[in-house]
Design a protein around this ligand. Structure first.
Ligand code: ADP
Ligand code: MG
Length: 239
């Protein structure tokens, strides 16, 4: 459709892949829970940013994604919004809520994990959506206790999460979304094998990878994690 492609050009969005869903122009356009739309308004998110316009509908159609966009373009909410929508949908259908996490976000540093978890709490407020932070510096038993008590999302660094999973049996059966945030930095820090190890303990999750830059190592990683990936890049096209 030429209207959609000129819209993407206007928004500086470039997509590659089969049957890429159309971008959305507002948060209420793709069936998000009312409470989540309300939380977005309260947070001052009046309109989706360009990366969110394309990533949210693509993610909500359960496709695996490789996304590159500048720092500050709103990538965090672009994966948190579909995750929160998914989790509250699953939990509202279940009779029991304590069946293990539904999503995992890996980020390269403790600080980044803290930021992601903070935003997740703000956007998921009042919904059946609890988070566990799995990073160094906080006591492991407390992190385990929190997971045991029932959470939807784990946000962690790869090393610490592996450490926790080796010491404690966490049921990962229901993890259907796996996010690698700042994947370029994850690879630079040598987290590739640990991220792969965590991925291999999941059963065919939707994979979403985010990066400020796209280089061959990032694309290689993407190819080893998912098939039929949609590649989305926003902003500077000569990256
Ligand atoms: P990135 O991960 O792409 O570097 P962030 O996700 O950290 O960027 O977002 C940068 C800032 O923009 C954050 O302070 C976030 O709260 C804010 N933000 C994200 N989405 C929106 C939006 N739709 N409207 C207004 N502010 C937003
Ligand atoms: Mg980010």
């Amino acid at each position: 459709d030429s209207r959609i492609s000129s819209l993407r050009t206007k928004l500086d969005i470039c997509v590659k892949g089969d049957a890429v869903p159309d971008p959305i122009m507002c948060f209420s356009a793709c069936g998000l829970p009312e409470k989540l739309v309300h939380n977005l308004e309260t947070a001052g998110y009046c309109m989706p940013t360009p990366v969110q316009m394309q990533v949210i509908p693509a993610s909500m159609s359960n496709r695996s994604l490789l996304v590159s966009a500048d720092t500050g373009s709103g990538k965090t909410a672009s994966f948190l919004i579909p995750i929160i929508a998914h989790c509250s949908q699953v939990r509202s259908q279940e009779s029991t809520s304590n069946q293990g996490p539904l999503a995992i976000v890996l980020a390269p540093t403790r600080e980044l994990c803290l930021q992601v978890e903070e935003q997740a709490k703000v956007l998921g407020k009042g919904l059946p959506f609890k988070t566990a932070l799995v990073v160094g510096g906080d006591p492991l038993p407390q992190q385990i206790y929190r997971i045991e008590n029932g959470i939807e999302l784990i946000v962690g660094t790869p090393g610490r999460l592996i450490d926790l999973l080796m010491k404690h049996n966490v049921d990962l059966t229901y993890v259907s979304v796996f996010v690698l945030d700042e994947v370029d930095c994850l690879l630079e820090r040598g987290f590739r094998d640990q991220a792969m190890q965590i991925f291999q303990s999941l059963s065919q999750p939707q994979v979403m990878m985010f990066s400020a830059t796209l280089h061959s190592e990032v694309e290689k990683m993407s190819n080893s994690l998912a098939k039929n990936v949609i590649s989305i890049s926003c902003g500077n096209p000569n990256r």
